[in-house]
Design a protein around this ligand. Structure first.
Ligand SMILES: C[S@@+](CC[C@H](N)C(=O)[O-])C[C@H]1O[C@@H](n2cnc3c(N)ncnc32)[C@H](O)[C@@H]1O
Length: 331
C-alpha cells in the first residue's frame, strides 16, 4: 500500500477535529436537540428554554448549522429528521448516552501523553466511576449494542440452545436480542451488582423478565454458578490483563455443558497489532482507563481460547461500523 502523504491542511483538519466533537457534545449535554424537537424555533426562544445566554446559544446554533446538525431557515432553527431520531431524548433511537460517555473520556484523552509516559491510567474505570458517568457508560453500551445486535445476532445459530450466559452483559442488550431471535432460549446476565438496576429496567422494557435473569458477580474474584450451553463475552476482555482474560475464559468454559460454545465479541486487532484503526485507538482508550486492559489480536484471543480447551476456533465474518469482530469455538 502506498504511504500516505499528509498536507499541512490535512494535519490541521485532524488536529482541530475536536472542535466539532466539542460542539456536538455541548449540544447533547444541553439537550438542545430535544428542546428543538420537531419545532422551528428562534435563537431567542431556544436560549429561554435552555436558560442560557443568547450570545452563547446563537453561536452554538450557527456552528451546528455549519456542521449540518441543524438547519436554519428565516432565522429559525430545526432538527434534520436524523438528528431528531438519534439526538432527541423523545426518540426510542436516542444515542445521547454513548455521546455523553465519549464526552466523559475527553479529559483523559487530553492527558494521553502522561499515560504514555507512565504506562498507567489517568481516569477511573468506567464500570466503577461515579453514578452519572456509569449511567452514560452502561446506557451507552445499550445504544451501541442496539445498533449492532440486529446485525450480529442473526449470524449465530442458537436455535437448538437452551441457556446463554451473557458474561459482563451490562444492560443485557445482547441477551435480549439472542432471546428475541431464539424463542426457546433463556439467558443469564452476569455483571457487577451496580449494573443490576440498568439491566433489570432494560429486560423489563423488552418484556423478557421470565426468560432473562440477572446475577450479581465479579468475574475475576467470584465463581460463575450454573450450567450453560452458550457463553457470550462481549467487550469485557479488553478491560483486563492477559492473565485475567485467561481466568475469565476458563471460568466461562468451566460453566459450559459438553458441546457448548463460547463466543467472543471484541475490537479485534490484526496480529501485527497496528490496525484496524478503531481497535488500535480503542487500545489507547484502555491505556487511559484501565490498569492493564488493551485490545487483543485474533491470535492472542485464539490462544486464550485454546488454552481453556476450546476447539474449532473460527472467526465469524461480520462487518460492523466500529470494526468489532466475533470469534467462536466449542468445548
Ligand atoms: C464494555 S461493557 C460491555 C457490556 C456488554 N457486554 C456489551 O457488549 O454491550 C463491560 C461490562 O463488564 C462489566 N464488568 C466490568 N468488570 C466486571 C467484573 N469484574 N465482573 C463482572 N462484570 C464486570 C461492566 O459493568 C460492564 O457492564
Amino acid at each position: 500500500m502506498a504511504t500516505r502523504q499528509w498536507s499541512p491542511g490535512d494535519l490541521l483538519e485532524l488536529s482541530g477535529y475536536f472542535w466539532k466533537t466539542g460542539a456536538l457534545h455541548a449540544a447533547v449535554k444541553l439537550d438542545l436537540f430535544t428542546v428543538i424537537g420537531n419545532g422551528y424555533l428562534t435563537s431567542n426562544e431556544i436560549s429561554r428554554r435552555l436558560k442560557a445566554t443568547q450570545r452563547g446559544v446563537e453561536r452554538l446554533l450557527n456552528a451546528l448549522v455549519a456542521m449540518e446538525l441543524l438547519v436554519k431557515t428565516d432565522g429559525k432553527y430545526a432538527n434534520p429528521s436524523s438528528c431528531q431520531t438519534f439526538l432527541s431524548k423523545d426518540s426510542s433511537k436516542y444515542i445521547g448516552h454513548i455521546i455523553m460517555h465519549h464526552h466523559h473520556l475527553v479529559e483523559s484523552w487530553s492527558q494521553l501523553d502522561q499515560a504514555v509516559l507512565s504506562g498507567g491510567p489517568v481516569r477511573t474505570r468506567s464500570s466503577t466511576s461515579k453514578e452519572e458517568w456509569r449511567e452514560s457508560f452502561l446506557m451507552g453500551m445499550f445504544n451501541l449494542a442496539m445498533g449492532l445486535a440486529p446485525q450480529l445476532v442473526p449470524l449465530i445459530d442458537l436455535s437448538s440452545r437452551k441457556h446463554l450466559l451473557d458474561l459482563g452483559g451490562g444492560p443485557g442488550t445482547y441477551a435480549i436480542h439472542f432471546c428475541q431471535n431464539n424463542p426457546r432460549l433463556r439467558a443469564t446476565v452476569y455483571d457487577l451488582p451496580t449494573t443490576r438496576p440498568f439491566a433489570e429496567k432494560t429486560i423489563k422494557q423488552f418484556n423478557l423478565v421470565d426468560r432473562i435473569k440477572f446475577v450479581d458477580g465479579n468475574y475475576i474474584t467470584d465463581p460463575i454458578e450454573g450450567q450453560y450451553d452458550v457463553a457470550w463475552l462481549s467487550h469485557i476482555l479488553h478491560g483486563e490483563q492477559p492473565q485475567d482474560c485467561r481466568l475469565i475464559i476458563q471460568k466461562a468454559v468451566d460453566a459450559l455443558r459438553p458441546q457448548g460454545i463460547i463466543i467472543i465479541h471484541e475490537f479485534i486487532l490484526k496480529n501485527s497489532m497496528d490496525g484496524p484503526i478503531f481497535p488500535a485507538l480503542f487500545s489507547l482508550n484502555m491505556l487511559l482507563g484501565t490498569e492493564a486492559g488493551q485490545a487483543y489480536s485474533e491470535q492472542q484471543l485464539t490462544d486464550m481460547l485454546a488454552a481453556a480447551g476450546i476447539k474449532n476456533i473460527r472467526r465469524i465474518p461480520a462487518q460492523t461500523p466500529n470494526e468489532s469482530g466475533l470469534l467462536l469455538g466449542e468445548n
